[in-house]
Design a protein around this ligand. Structure first.
Ligand code: GCV
Length: 709
């Protein structure tokens, strides 16, 4: 008997220890651990009524049951005859017919309404479409998971941006470019016959934050994905994702007509090529009637494109857009282009794309990375935002932390996203923010979009670093409503992912909110950028000067010499600044008034330059690098204090990663300061930690198997 009990207990403990492996993301639905609250929720919710049947309404029902049964720790009945205190979900139309919609209820065109019928205590989730009801259901569950009141609700919520997409850089062999969370979650080999449960959980997670599209494959695309057998696989995924309101898109290789169509050319003005794409579009839509469209990386980093035939990006994009338009599909054409011959990579996307403004078809969006270079810890906003009024521009953020410590560092990216979205382009006077360009409101575009390069892989916890989940979550929440604050999003993510215990919430929030500035400081303070090792992009290598092209070399960007450091992009340099509106130029043009954050983005300044703090530039650089290291130390310390408040598995995992992050921060500081000191010839300020190795020691280190190599 004793033995049996012991066995049971062991089994129970084993189960418990598996319970917090991060798989359930922010949708854990653990029972409410506050008795008073639990009882009050149980009083407010006694049943669920879902009006109408469809795959999406079934998903609504399933999620409400799963969530409420878990959170309320009791079986909530599903009823076809709602009495009082029932959660009622249904379209405006269905609820009007069944007289369950309260008089005068204002249902938004897009998004959902959650309203309490005070007469009978019912909570109504309604919208014009089933997908919007699903978003409402997730919202209600979020309120409960974060212990908020659900009495007398009246919530109207509409998305600010129409297309809210993940971009997977997943290859067909399951290698994920810049992926740090295992291999691709798409198992192309076993598709279309084997449907992994994870696909549904992926859909649930995305729908819970309003993401409504996914580009399944890498922008460095393989044309094979457009062949008939692979389209069957894509269709199988589309079938799983559809009930959750997620459309699939594909990255299309521009030269596919040659590679899989056996044509001699991919010239966008060639009739056979145009017909090939038209036939391909038809084939796709026969299998996937709601296919989203194509994402295209063309004439960038060796990818094929229209310029190979003397045609423009617009010619290429329009040819594909014409093929997709009869079926309602769109083309998302990337503006990530740069030419090794030019004197400043910063200027190139603008130079190539602004002359094409107004030349794209109605169903084309141009997707622009948030900054002019490439997802650095801090970049000024891309000057393209606000410079193409006649073209809907889509934002591209990167959730996978290619230049932010990858799957190893804890960096909460919401502050980075918000900094860019809140930046003022001044394109139509003050308050012409990047966000208003993206949501279409500044130039009155009905098509609008935002994309996040996915950080998801097949690792049990999805993102490798548990806190990578927060970036996926924050991206979705901001895509839906960019006015939410970083703090608000962090709070709700922590409450759902860890607990509502105020000690946990406050401490983790402090860690998260400090983390972005920390990474800027220990990697690239004061406007330094692109000084990481070539290939893997993980650690520092500011001395690198032998990449296959100069604009991949750190020395191209920091330009350190005996006089000073930084890239002069003012009129005395490359004049990239001129790509911004005058009011923005004025912010950055003078090295004495330019904010420290962007100083070395726009100026080559002397080592003795007096900073706003009163320190010399050299001393400020030392100060900032040290500050970055110290902040990670403080993050570690805060985490240690949570030992008894967090399950051991997740606690230990993050603890180990924070230790690596601290070591790496010291590595970045030592390498960069030792290297830049060879130019400044100035001593380290007295009260700072000194590097414990020589520059030569660091220069000799090799990382042949770092992810990304
Ligand atoms: C998908 C950077 C990355 C590449 C990536 C490219 C892009 O250069 O290092 O891996 O390729 O951006 O965004 O196309």
């Amino acid at each position: 008997m004793k033995k049996a009990l012991l066995l049971l207990l062991t089994l129970f403990l084993v189960q418990l220890s598996h319970a917090e492996d991060g798989y359930r993301l922010w949708l854990r639905y653990n029972h409410i651990d506050n008795n008073k609250l639990l009882l009050s929720y149980r009083k407010t919710i006694t049943a669920i009524h879902v009006a109408g049947q469809s795959p999406t309404m079934d998903a609504v029902k399933k999620e409400l049951e799963l969530g409420l049964n878990g959170l309320l720790d009791t079986k909530i009945a599903v009823t076809s005859r709602p009495g009082g205190n029932t959660i009622i979900a249904g379209t405006r139309e269905a609820l009007t017919t069944s007289k369950l919609l309260p008089q005068g209820a204002q249902v938004p065109a897009d998004g959902f309404l959650i309203t309490t019928n005070v007469a009978n205590g019912n909570t109504i989730i309604t919208a014009n479409t089933a997908t919007d009801i699903l978003y409402g259901a997730f919202h209600l569950l979020r309120l409960i998971q974060t212990h908020q009141s659900i009495e007398n609700l009246h919530i109207i919520s509409s998305p600010r941006v129409k297309l809210r997409l993940l971009n997977h850089w997943d290859n067909l062999n399951r290698y994920v470019e810049r992926g740090y969370a295992g291999i691709s979650i798409w198992n192309w080999h076993t598709l279309p016959d084997y449907i992994d449960d994870r696909y549904t959980d992926y859909a649930r997670a995305n729908a819970s934050v309003g993401i409504n599209g996914t580009v399944l494959n890498n922008v460095n695309a393989n044309a094979t994905v457009l062949t008939a057998p692979y389209l069957q696989k894509v269709a199988a995924l589309a079938n799983v994702l559809r009930p959750y309101g997620i459309k699939v898109y594909l990255s299309a290789r521009f030269s596919a007509p040659i590679e899989i169509g056996h044509l001699k050319t991919a010239d966008p003005l060639n009739d056979s090529v145009r017909q090939w794409w038209q036939a391909k579009a038809k084939e796709i839509y026969q299998l996937i009637p709601d296919f989203g469209g194509f994402l295209v990386k063309a004439n960038s980093e060796g990818q094929p494109g229209p310029q190979s035939y003397g045609r423009s990006h617009a010619d290429g994009a329009n040819m594909m857009a014409d093929a997709l338009s009869p079926f309602g599909g769109i083309v998302i054409w990337r503006a990530f282009v740069y030419d090794p011959q030019a004197n400043d990579r910063f200027k190139q996307a603008y130079a190539e794309f602004t002359p094409l403004d107004g030349k794209f078809r109605k169903n084309v969006l141009v997707q622009v990375k948030n900054g002019p270079i490439d997802f650095q810890p801090r970049e000024p906003f891309s000057p393209l935002f606000g410079a193409m009024p006649r073209t809907p521009l889509m934002m591209e953020f990167q959730l996978t932390q290619e230049y932010l410590g990858q799957g190893t560092h804890l960096v909460y990216e919401a502050p980075l996203f918000k900094e860019v979205l809140n930046a003022d382009t001044y394109a139509k006077g003050p308050n012409s923010t990047v966000a208003k360009v993206i949501d279409g409101s500044l130039y009155d575009h009905s098509l609008s979009g935002i994309a996040g390069v996915s950080n998801i892989g097949n690792e049990r916890n999805w993102t490798g670093h548990l806190f990578g989940q927060a970036n996926w979550y924050a991206f979705g929440r901001l895509a839906w409503d960019y006015t939410l604050s970083s703090e608000q999003i962090a709070t709700e993510w922590i409450q759902q992912t860890f607990s509502n215990d105020p000690t946990v919430v406050v401490s983790i929030k402090q860690i998260m909110l400090a983390s972005r500035e920390a990474v800027v400081n220990y990697m690239t303070p004061l406007g330094l950028h692109h000084i990481m090792g070539n290939g893997h992009h993980y650690g520092p290598a500011p001395w690198s000067n032998n990449a296959p092209r100069p604009d991949w070399d750190p020395v191209y960007y920091h330009k350190a010499d005996a006089k000073g450091i930084g890239f002069d992009r003012t009129a005395s340099g490359t004049n990239a600044l001129q790509q911004y509106q005058t009011a923005v130029q004025q912010l950055y043009a003078d090295s004495n008034t330019c904010s420290d954050q962007y100083l070395l983005w726009f100026h080559h300044v002397s080592w003795q330059h007096k900073m706003h703090s009163g320190r010399t530039l050299w001393n400020e650089l030392c100060h900032k690098y040290q500050e970055g290291v110290d902040t990670v130390g403080a993050m570690q310390h805060k985490w240690e204090q949570l030992k008894n408040n967090i399950d051991p598995e997740r606690f230990h995992q993050v603890q180990m990663l924070l230790a690596i992050q601290h070591k790496d921060a010291i590595w970045w500081r030592n390498v960069c300061l030792l290297y830049f000191q060879t130019f400044s010839q100035m001593p380290f300020p007295a009260n700072y930690e000194k590097p414990d190795h020589t520059l030569e020691y660091y220069q000799q280190q090799r990382f042949p198997y770092a992810p990304g190599n």
